[in-house]
Design a protein around this ligand. Sequence first.
Ligand code: FAD
Length: 396
Amino acid sequence: MQSHYPVVIAGGGTAGLTVAAQLVETLDPSRIAIIEPSMHHFYQPLWTLVGGGVFPKEESRRDEADYIPAGVTWIREYVSAFEPDQNRLVLKNGDVLTYEYLVVALGIQIDWDRVKGLREALAERNGVCSNYSYDTVDRTWENIRSFKGGVALFTQPSTPVKCGGAPQKIAYLADDSFRRSGVRNKTTMKFFSGAGGIFSVKKYADSLMNVCRRKGIETHFQHELVEIDHRQKEAVFKKLADGELVTVRYDMIHVTPPMSSPDVIKQSKLAASTGWVEVDQFSLQHVRYPNVFSLGDCSSLPTSKTGAAIRKQAPVVVQNLLAAMEGHPLEAMYDGYTSCPLVTGYGSLILAEFDYQLAPKESFPFDQSKERYSMYALKAYGLPAMYWNGMLRGRI
Ligand code: FAD
């Protein structure tokens, strides 16, 4: 196997594929390698609607091979070590790869084991579900559809997560579904979050708190899920203010597990003290290794981790990487733009869009903090098509 490429992209998910698709517009594809172990690529934003029973999970999955740009080398392996001082990385099979430029796009790591009992609880299918993997996402709809009333819990950890709004979206869909099936009046719904509030941007947070009040969903902030006992159907939360443990009985629970930077990054010299790849927040260039760039969920960029953010980050990485190759100054800048389509029910959505300053940066000429059908239709039907046919093809 060839062991040197001018450009190596570690991770062929949303960020890696988008960068590759844009790079081949300028670079000869034979100069690029993508390291990606998975045979499939997933459009994860659909998992909220899969969990809500709107789409089958298969709609979110396509063959990875169909999205590796023609002529780019696909190395189907895991990166097991980064050695940026030597401009090389080691693969799980022991092969060593050297590069001139590296783009790190490994996504976020789901730390299932940081909640005691969670893995066993998910395996038992006893009222416990999670939208956060392809394997478990259909379990969410099974639970919501068959719910007969009682206590329904929804959790969000205090760690960064992919798509900060997703943990609450599924609670809103569940509420809507319970009303349709006639069980809502015998159901108590509670949203427990390790965060200090419902959303980081005040304009949208105000609307979302109104949604919770209207729907009768109790909110408990600064509560971190630490344990699940699926036999007793009990969830244990740690109050972050004083460490007190609170046990809550449930009939169903949707868990958003804690997340962190992938271990292979944490253990490398690429990591900041937080574990994320330490890049300049504007140029997306590594702060110590100028031939390394990073974007997406694994990067240290202080903004909400979403595919929408990557749509704006990728052109900055591509433009700056090409400039670096030519010895030119890096002029492209990322402003922290991110977006979160907050589904508030079947047919309603608040489209949050904002930047590093947490200032709204809206695309439409109306108040996006209001729930709208048009924005729901955009999420359910418009954005998936734009993703598969546009973003991953390097077109937007
Ligand atoms: P990923 O797309 O996860 O890709 C990382 C890739 O790296 C994977 O293909 C993986 O196989 C690979 N990899 C991992 N480890 C290694 C290794 N050691 N070596 C080589 N390769 C490796 N975003 C939105 O914009 N809007 C939404 O509405 C939205 N909703 C969401 C709802 C849910 C339930 C979820 C789970 C996510 C949602 N997101 C949403 C977030 C969005 O999906 C992610 O932010 C985005 O996919 C991150 O892209 P990435 O390339 O950084 O990571």
